[in-house]
Design a protein around this ligand. Structure first.
Ligand SMILES: Cc1cc2nc3c(=O)[nH]c(=O)nc-3n(C[C@H](O)[C@H](O)[C@H](O)COP(=O)(O)OP(=O)(O)OC[C@H]3O[C@@H](n4cnc5c(N)ncnc54)[C@H](O)[C@@H]3O)c2cc1C
Length: 390
């Protein structure tokens, strides 16, 4: 079904006011009216355009998943728990300096540095935290700047606003690190290229991050301010279950908060998200349960394969095999996220045929809801998604 493109007023009514906004930034930065402020997209003035690109590229307005999949992979939407995948690997950087700064194995940082070094991209749009741990997007142009982005801020941040701010006539080739909702918005842009904005064809590499949920910036940052000396903080981490903790590493040691204390800051929209592994990225990267300092890597497109092959040939990444039990657990967590989101969407609309933003055939919805996980042993927790079901 074709989407009816509407105005920014309708974007506000249908997405922002209803708590569906992911704060990805796809609607902001490309016009004088919509901007990000604290943890919200705000409309600064009246815009008279009736068919706005802001509405069109939002990952929470109608999204035809099959045609997005055709665009990215040249194939129909994969019903596999992890989406379309060419290779499943584990990896970590061979550079100990990167590993020290990175969230886990530094695979994301290493892949972007390599892409830059090899001339695949000229710069990369990344997120980094300020001294006060407020996330912000920036354009990294060299290895040192890419390293500044290392580490995870669990707060949702409108990274795509930075993409929309790049001048329309720029010819620089871009890499971008994206959460699943951001990768989905980018795919919508690739499918129907924006007018009067940066040429989306310049985006040559999308490195996706696994994501079970993100935290609302404003209130969560207030919580951080009240409880921590933020300039002293080196790293945040949410280790896999059964830890059930939010860890903070600071210059004076490690502090842990029960995850339940943090859950109240989860963005409401994450409940309606089906995608745990950034299914529309070139390469998706997450943690590995039980294997500290390594990443799980899902290679999805030819561009992804090429970069991974090069990282092996140049000795930039140490590559391993993901144990079958880890793979089974990852699939279980990803499937649970899909099923939980579908149930929540149907609960919200009260109609299995009305799936908010999701354009997915009813037969696929039925199959996903009925699908049983093949994980073994049955309930050993592996990653955040699983405990979230509880
Ligand atoms: C909101 C959020 C939730 C996540 N949830 C999970 C999860 O449930 N399970 C799991 O396995 N992994 C999750 N991750 C991914 C994980 O934290 C690591 O980013 C990933 O494993 C890559 O590790 P690395 O060592 O290669 O990263 P690094 O080499 O340290 O690079 C990290 C990259 O992440 C980018 N980044 C950091 N914060 C943000 C942000 N807020 N928004 C966008 N980009 C950002 C930076 O630009 C940097 O390039 C999550 C990440 C985020 C941002």
């Amino acid at each position: 079904m074709d989407m009816k493109i509407k105005s920014c007023r309708e974007l506000i009514e249908e997405v922002i006011d209803t708590g569906l906004c992911t704060y990805c930034g796809a609607c902001a930065g490309g016009c004088p009216y919509l901007v990000s402020f604290k943890d919200r997209i705000v409309l600064l003035d009246n815009c008279t355009i009736s068919e706005g690109q802001c509405y069109q590229y939002c990952p929470r307005t109608h999204t035809d998943i099959d045609s997005i999949s055709q665009q990215v992979f040249g194939a129909a939407y994969s019903e596999d728990e992890l989406g379309t995948v060419k290779e499943v690997l584990t990896a970590r950087s061979t550079d100990s300096h990167v590993r020290e700064r990175a969230q886990y194995g530094g695979t994301v940082t290493t892949l972007l540095s390599l892409a830059l070094e090899e001339g695949f991209i000229d710069c990369a749009i990344l997120a980094k935290m300020s001294n006060d741990k407020i996330p912000g997007a920036f354009l990294a142009r060299n290895k040192e700047e890419i390293l500044q982005g290392a580490g995870t801020s669990y707060m949702a941040y409108p990274v795509l606003e930075a993409l929309n701010q790049i001048p329309k006539d720029s010819t620089e080739r871009l890499g971008i690190v994206a959460t699943p909702c951001q990768a989905l918005a980018l795919s919508k842009m690739k499918k129907d290229p924006p007018q009067n904005r940066v040429n989306i064809e310049n985006v040559k590499l999308v490195v996706g991050l696994f994501c079970t949920w993100a935290l609302g910036l404003d209130k969560f940052h207030q919580f951080l301010r009240e409880n921590l000396d933020l300039p002293q903080v080196i790293k945040f981490d949410i280790p896999p279950p059964p830890a059930n903790r939010f860890d903070v590493y600071s210059k004076s040691g490690k502090l842990s908060f029960p995850l339940d204390q943090i859950r109240k800051f989860i963005m409401p929209t994450c409940t309606y998200c089906l995608d745990m592994t950034a299914e529309f990225a070139d390469i998706s990267v997450g943690s590995v349960e039980g294997i500290e300092g390594w990443n799980t890597v899902l290679v999805r497109t030819d561009a992804g394969v090429k970069l991974i092959e090069l990282s092996k040939a140049k000795g930039k990444l140490e590559i391993g095999h993901l144990p079958s039990q880890n793979l089974a657990h990852l699939k279980e967590a990803a499937l649970l996220k899909k099923k939980r989101a579908l149930k929540e969407i149907i609960k919200k609309t009260g109609d299995k045929k009305k799936l908010l933003y999701l354009g997915l055939q009813e037969s696929i919805v039925d199959r996903l809801l009925a699908q049983q996980s093949l994980a073994f042993p049955p309930r050993t927790p592996t990653c955040r998604g699983q405990t979230d079901e509880a």
